[in-house]
Design a protein around this ligand. Structure first.
Ligand code: ADP
Ligand code: PRP
Ligand code: MG
Length: 223
C-alpha cells in the first residue's frame, strides 16, 4: 500500500468527500468502476470498488495533490483552486473534468466601496484560504494587501471586521447574499482536474490509460 507505484496491477484513486466524490462517480461508472461503499455513511477511508485492482482513498480536498505527488495515490481529482495553491510538482494534469464548477472571486461587505479603495491606493486586508492566488491577483493589479490565512467560512471575516475583503469560490452566490456580501471581481473560472502521479503514469500506463480515456470521453459528453 505504501509504495503503490511498485505494484503495477493496483490502482489507487484519491477523492474528497462531497461534491468531488459525487461528481466523479458518473465518470468512474463510464470506466466501468463502481465504488462499493458510501463515504457519507462509512467511516472507512479506503473504499473497495467492483474492480479488486482499484481502491479509492477518501482524503481532504486540499490533501489530494499531496497523496498523488508522493505516489500514495496513483491519481486523484482536485479543484484548480487547490492545485494552484499546492503547485504542480510531480503531478501530470491531463484532463479538465469540468466538474465542481465555480469561480474564484473577490467579495466585500455590501457597503464597502471597493473600486474607490483600489483607486485611492488603500492597503486592503484580505482574508482567504487561497493566499497564493490572492497574492498573485492583487500584485498584478498593483494593490497592496495584507493577507489573512483562513481555513474556511471566509464570508465571516468582513462581517466581524477581520478583513476588508475575501477571496473565495462562488457558485450560486447564495452564501455571499446570505451574509450581505457582494462579488466585486472575478479572478478566474474553476473546475476540477484529474491529476496523475508522474511515475505511475509511466509504470502503470496500461492500467491507467483506459480509465483516463473513459474519463475524458465522459467529461466531454457532460459539457
Ligand atoms: P472543502 O472541504 O475543501 O471546502 P469542497 O468539497 O467544498 O472541499 O470543495 C472541493 C472543490 O470543489 C474545491 O476545491 C472547488 O474547486 C470546488 N467547489 C468548492 N465550492 C464549490 C461550490 N460551491 N460549487 C461548486 N464547486 C465548488
Ligand atoms: C463553498 C465556498 C462558499 C460556497 C459558495 O462552501 O467556500 O462558501 O461554497 O457557493 P455558493 O455561491 O453556491 O453559495 P462549501 O459549500 O464547500 O462549504 P465549506 O467548504 O465551508 O464546507
Ligand atoms: Mg467547501
Amino acid at each position: 500500500m505504501n509504495d503503490t507505484t511498485r505494484d503495477s496491477s493496483q490502482l489507487i484513486l484519491a477523492l474528497s468527500k462531497g461534491r468531488i466524490f459525487d461528481d466523479t462517480l458518473p465518470l468512474l461508472a463510464a470506466a466501468g468502476i463502481e465504488v462499493l461503499e458510501n463515504p457519507e455513511t462509512s467511516r472507512k477511508l479506503i473504499l473497495a470498488t467492483n474492480d479488486p485492482g482499484i481502491r479509492v482513498l477518501i482524503v481532504r480536498a486540499t490533501d489530494v495533490p499531496t497523496y498523488v505527488q508522493h505516489g500514495a495515490a496513483d491519481f486523484g481529482v482536485a479543484g484548480k483552486d487547490v492545485l494552484l495553491e499546492h503547485g504542480g510538482e510531480g503531478l501530470y494534469q491531463p484532463i479538465d473534468l469540468k466538474i465542481a464548477c465555480c469561480r474564484m472571486s473577490v467579495a466585500v461587505n455590501a457597503g464597502f466601496d471597493y473600486d474607490n479603495a483600489v483607486r485611492q491606493g488603500a492597503r486592503l486586508r484580505v482574508a482567504t484560504k487561497f493566499v497564493h492566488t490572492a497574492r498573485e491577483h492583487f500584485a498584478k493589479k498593483g494593490v497592496h494587501v495584507d493577507l489573512i490565512k483562513l481555513y474556511g467560512s471566509m464570508e465571516l471575516a468582513p462581517l466581524v471586521g477581520l478583513s476588508d475583503a475575501i477571496v473565495d469560490v462562488v457558485s450560486t452566490g447564495g452564501t455571499l447574499r446570505a451574509n450581505n456580501l457582494v462579488e466585486v471581481e472575478k479572478i478566474m473560472e474553476i473546475s476540477s482536474r484529474l491529476v496523475v502521479n508522474q511515475a505511475a503514469l509511466k509504470l502503470k500506463r496500461e492500467r491507467l490509460q483506459p480509465i483516463l480515456d473513459a474519463f475524458e470521453r465522459a467529461s466531454k459528453q457532460q459539457q
